[in-house]
Each structure stands twice: as structure tokens, then as C-alpha cells.
Write a protein that binds this ligand. Sequence first.
Ligand SMILES: CC(C)(COP(=O)(O)OP(=O)(O)OC[C@H]1O[C@@H](n2cnc3c(N)ncnc32)[C@H](O)[C@@H]1OP(=O)(O)O)[C@@H](O)C(=O)NCCC(=O)NCCS
Length: 158
Amino acid sequence: METRPARRQDASAIASIYNQGIEDRLATFEARPHSAAEVEAWFDESHPIIVVEADDRVVAYAATFSYRPRDYYRGVADFSVYVDRDFRLQGAGRMAMEALVHAARQAGLWKLVSRIFVENLGSRHLLASLSFREVGVYERHARLDGEWRNVVIVERLL
Ligand SMILES: CC(C)(COP(=O)(O)OP(=O)(O)OC[C@H]1O[C@@H](n2cnc3c(N)ncnc32)[C@H](O)[C@@H]1OP(=O)(O)O)[C@@H](O)C(=O)NCCC(=O)NCCS
């Protein structure tokens, strides 16, 4: 497996992987499938996106997003990481995140943050092993399928 910066042409593959994560109901409050066009809108000048390829096929991605529009938060980015179901537990998530941390630092970002469902032990384990700190728990932060869910805030200084 290899990592590289994502291109707009990867949007369809990224959307397929994201939609698997949405279906699994363990990774995000998003409940409806996303289109390639919606993923294309993630691409901007200042927020790196990484893909992991195996045999020329995109099998995972990690992406940064604007955290807040305020200028003084320009160095803080939200992030997420998703691996194709058929390629989980093979190191792709770790590779994607290591490359994302490197790219984010190169892009001048100073912090990555995210919110992880408390029950998402795989993601929490991966991020803790990459020096992300669990800041605390947002209780009943939003509803997924009508159920209030708690999320762990994670951060890593770059
Ligand atoms: C969470 C996710 C990104 C992990 O990626 P991955 O490629 O499967 O994980 P890796 O193979 O890189 O494993 C990294 C570490 O996490 C552990 N891990 C990963 N998934 C795990 C799981 N479901 N349960 C327990 N441990 C898990 C691995 O054992 C490994 O630990 P180690 O290095 O101590 O041996 C992936 O399972 C996924 O895409 N899940 C759905 C989307 C999601 O939850 N994204 C995170 C929210 S943004």
C-alpha cells in the first residue's frame, strides 16, 4: 500500500468509502450517502487530503476540513479517516493518518481535531497510538437515527 495526495478525480472512490462508513453507523452523524460532487467540494487550497492505494485502487483516505471560518482558527483543522471495509485492519488507516499529519504540518496547520463516537474503539485506539489526546466527552452531542450520541473530542498538536 502507498499514500499520495488526493486529486479531484479520486472523489468518486472517496465517496464510496465514505458511504460505507456512513452505512456502518459507527463513524459519523451523517446518515445519507454522499455524491462524488459533494466530495469534490472538500478540495481547497489549504486542507490536505490523502489517499491510500493498493494495486492502483483507492482503499482509504484521510482528510482535513476547515474547523471554523474565523481567521484566528486558520491553523486548526477537523479531520476524518475512512478505510474500505475489505481493507480494514491491514494498516491503511494508520498509513493514511501518518501521511495526513505530515501533510497538515507542511501546509502550516498547527492542530488536528475531531469527534469520535465513544463506541468507536478501533478509531480511538488508532488515534491514541498516533499521539492524539482525548480531551473529553461531549454528551448527547447530536442524534443519529433518532438516538442521542456521545462523542470523544480528540486533538493533536502538530
Ligand atoms: C477506524 C479505521 C479508520 C481504522 O483503520 P484500519 O486501517 O482498519 O486500522 P489499522 O489497520 O491501521 O489499525 C491501527 C490500529 O488500530 C487498531 N484497530 C483498528 N480497528 C480496530 C477495531 N475495529 N477494533 C479494535 N482495534 C482496531 C488495530 O488493531 C491497530 O492497532 P495496533 O497498531 O495497536 O496493532 C477503520 O476501521 C474505518 O475506516 N472504520 C470506519 C470509519 C471510521 O470509524 N472512521 C473513524 C472516524 S473519523
